[in-house]
Write a protein that binds this ligand. Structure first.
Ligand code: ADQ
Length: 748
């Protein structure tokens, strides 16, 4: 039994006892009053009747009439007249035998004997007695004739009406006490319940961060926050599945409503004019956007990016903001405008002709022009300023994306020394020797070390970065924490392998795999027993598209049974077409396609289908779901999300992934057929094995890769990074406070 239940029981018992005691007191008192009242009434009646009785004493008929008149009252049972020797003189019918003249006379005499003088002896006498029919009052009075006692008159009153009255009083009392009890317990109970409800609502509102905090809630709020915090940080390290909801909760806990600011060169939604002058929204073909967009949906905030669409200026407000995603607005894009020269120097020049080939081992020679570097620096400063204008606290969390903004972290740090700056480098980091090629390697490294956390896809890229820092800068390496300490400031260097949202939006809304296959088969004019391989890429020399097509050619050459049956569809989004190397690639891929098709095509068969355009995600996913194999042949790739998208798309557990060992994804998707894309022979054999693979084996491999992706999804990627950043910020806040108090600088 709980304490409250015991208390209520004790109160009920107490109240019952109180009611019983009160009703007993009231009962006895009322009884006394009523008896006394009946007694006085009886005496009055007898005294009043005494003269008449004395007058008619000798006339027995008259005496009897007098007695009958006395007994006619409904509460009088009977009356009797007794002689002086206590023999019966006259009696009314129904007079109780128990009170005969003898009996009463003896008791009156006894009473008179104890009395003093004659006056007293002449006084009336009465007593209450109990008969089987109930209580009665017996009253007697001496009848006098000229002062002489000639006899006795007796009157017997029925007192049962008093018991009825008592019972009524008792019931009344119990009801009154009952009502009082209900009021005494019920009203405080209702008030307490109401107050508790109000209290709960207020507490919930405060915990959600709404409204002003009243003083009485502060102690409990801080206790609860601490408890929730402890539970949440236990959950953050919990290996269970990450979802958009879990990420949101983690962010709410760490950010308390502050907005996240992401800086990336590419914007997630591009507004373009169509040929007939209308505005359409495009999703760019970008791994970075694919990964980060679901994060922004989950945590809102601002995405600062270059406004590159032809209709971008028409769709922003006065402060260059536009709310997205269209129809489900949950965050802002802040567009930054770049001139032709800026784009040329910062984007095409230093970023894509310098850093991109420098970081990818794909045998394209990096080009470093001093003018490009100047533009890169100036544009980095422009973006850093815009980011600083978008934050809403002195120690915000800022996510800087990719190689376009290597200088931004240090630039932001200058204005916001307490900011937590997270940089994610989406492409590989070369070894220190290769990094040495760059004339501005030191500036790049120093720029990046302005960040609090620097993330790469793999530990190998982290190691390469740390080696570069060791080789080119005066810094201290904190091996215990995988960090670099430069001028007293620490930057953690960690691997955070990027991934996809899970489940992927485009898969959820896609038609069934059979329907996708039927549609693609119709579109490409394939025979019913045809086999389809696909490649999906930005047209970039690092993706190994040429090597892929050559491997398809070799497959058809070495395995004639696939000729006329196996087709390879290459979805190729034109990319960086202003750069000569990309134009060359475009032409090379086109010529290669023509050559292979010329060699193996027939009237109704093309081995290579080159779909050279940007495809919106629903179309890309239709191809993933239709294909028998997907070949990802990158020569060097930070992660490669195409490989992960293909696996995510195969809810039917069919299809085989052939994957280059030079992708970050190959470390996670180990059930793919892993190949060296330079080795054309073994790559073509892997494709042949994929086309011959039994359904059971396909299912087993696919199931296992899907299990990995569902766990290691992009919410986990973002969650881990943001939690690390937030913890670092908490540590620095504490260190800052300690330093303020002691007047010493925070040690790292
Ligand atoms: P990317 O080099 O852009 O990304 P990747 O990871 O393969 O490469 O992502 C490409 C994205 O573009 C995918 O979402 C894909 O669906 C889409 N895409 C490709 N071709 C397309 C087409 N023809 N039409 C439409 N969409 C197309 C960089 C690094 C990668 C790293 C990501 C994320 O180079 O190594 O995986 O960032 O960090």
């Amino acid at each position: 039994m709980t304490r409250v239940a015991r208390l209520i029981l004790a109160l009920i018992v107490g109240l019952a006892l109180l009611t019983w005691a009160a009703s007993s007191v009231v009962q006895t008192t009322a009884l006394e009053w009523f008896d006394r009242d009946a007694q006085s009434r009886a005496e009055l009646v007898l005294i009043g009747a005494r003269p008449a009785l004395a007058d008619s004493w000798d006339d027995s008929a008259s005496l009897n009439r007098q007695l009958v008149t006395l007994a006619s009252d409904q509460r009088v049972i009977g009356a009797a007249a007794c002689n002086a020797d206590f023999s019966t003189r006259s009696i009314t019918p129904g007079f109780p035998n128990e009170f005969s003249c003898m009996e009463v006379g003896a008791r009156v005499r006894a009473a008179n004997a104890t009395a003093g003088n004659a006056n007293e002896r002449m006084r009336e006498w009465s007593t209450v007695a109990l008969l089987p029919t109930g209580r009665v009052l017996v009253s007697a009075i001496p009848i006098l004739d000229q002062g002489q006692e000639i006899g006795l008159a007796i009157l017997v009153h029925d007192l049962t009406y008093i018991e009825q009255r008592e019972a009524r009083v008792q019931t009344f009392l119990i009801v009154v006490f009952g009502i009082l009890a209900v009021m005494a317990f019920g009203i405080p109970l209702l008030v307490t319940k109401g107050a508790r409800r109000e209290w709960n609502l207020e507490l919930r509102r405060l915990l959600r961060g709404g409204g002003k905090q009243s003083r009485e809630f502060q102690p409990i709020l801080s206790d609860m926050r601490e408890l929730i915090g402890r539970m949440a940080s236990e959950r953050e390290d919990d290996p269970g599945r990450w979802t958009a909801e879990r990420l949101k909760q983690v962010l709410n806990r760490h950010l308390h409503g502050e907005k996240v600011v992401i800086l990336a060169n590419r914007e997630p939604y591009i507004h373009q004019y169509t040929a007939n002058g209308e505005i359409e929204v495009q999703h760019p073909a970008s791994g970075l956007v694919t990964a980060l967009e679901p994060i922004m949906r989950a945590c809102s905030g601002v995405w600062v990016a270059h406004g590159s669409g032809t209709a971008d200026r028409e769709t922003v407000d006065r402060s260059d903001h536009v709310r997205v995603p269209p129809g489900e607005e949950s965050y802002y894009i802040r567009r930054v405008w770049l001139s032709e020269e800026e784009q040329q120097g910062y984007y095409y020049g230093f970023s894509n002709e310098g850093l991109w080939p420098l970081c990818h081992v794909a045998h394209a020679r990096p080009v470093f022009r001093a003018e490009d570097w100047r533009q890169y620096r100036a544009v980095n400063q422009r973006f850093a300023d815009v980011v600083c204008s978008e934050v809403d606290s002195r120690d915000p969390i800022i996510l800087v994306q990719d190689y376009h903004f290597a200088l931004v972290p240090a630039m932001i740090r200058k204005h916001l020394p307490a900011a937590t700056i997270l940089v994610f480098w989406h492409i590989p980091w070369p070894n220190d020797e290769r990094m040495g090629i760059c004339p501005w390697r030191n500036e790049l490294l120093e720029g990046l070390l302005g960040s609090s956390i620097l993330g790469f896809h793999t530990q190998l890229h982290c190691n390469n970065f740390l080696d570069s820092v060791d080789r080119y800068l005066e810094t201290r390496r904190d091996r215990e924490h995988n960090a670099v300490v430069m001028r007293g400031r620490r930057t953690l260097v960690r691997p955070y392998p990027i991934s996809l949202e899970w489940p992927v939006r485009w898969v959820e809304s896609a038609p069934s795999a059979e329907e996708c296959r039927a549609q693609v088969w119709r579109e490409l004019g394939l025979k019913p027993d045809a086999l389809l391989g696909i490649g999906v890429d930005r047209l970039d020399y690092t993706k190994g598209v040429e090597e892929r097509l050559l491997a398809v050619e070799l497959l058809l050459e070495r395995h004639p049974e696939f000729r006329g049956r196996f087709s390879f569809a290459q979805l190729a989004a034109p990319s960086r077409t202003k750069i000569e190397r990309y134009r060359q690639l475009n032409e090379a891929v086109e010529q290669l396609t023509e050559r292979i098709n010329y060699r193996f095509a027939s009237k109704d068969y093309n081995p290579i289908v080159l779909l050279r355009s940007h495809h919106e995600p629903p179309e890309v996913f239709r191809f993933y779901r239709a294909a028998d194999l997907c070949y990802v042949s990158s020569l060097h790739d930070g992660m490669n999300l195409v490989a992960k998208e293909f696996v995510a798309a195969r809810t039917d557990l069919k299809g085989v992934l052939v994957l280059s060992e030079f992708t970050g994804a190959a470390r996670e998707l180990t059930e793919a057929l892993i190949v060296n894309p330079y080795d054309l022979e073994s790559s073509s054999e892997a494709m042949a094995a994929a086309l011959r693979m039994s359904r059971d084996e396909q299912r087993d491999r696919m199931r296992s890769m899907r299990a990995v992706l569902s766990q290691f999804n992009v919410y986990r990627w973002a969650g881990k990074m943001l939690v690390d950043a937030a913890r670092l910020r908490d540590q620095e806040r504490v260190a800052g406070r300690l330093a303020e108090r002691s007047g010493i600088g925070a040690a790292v």
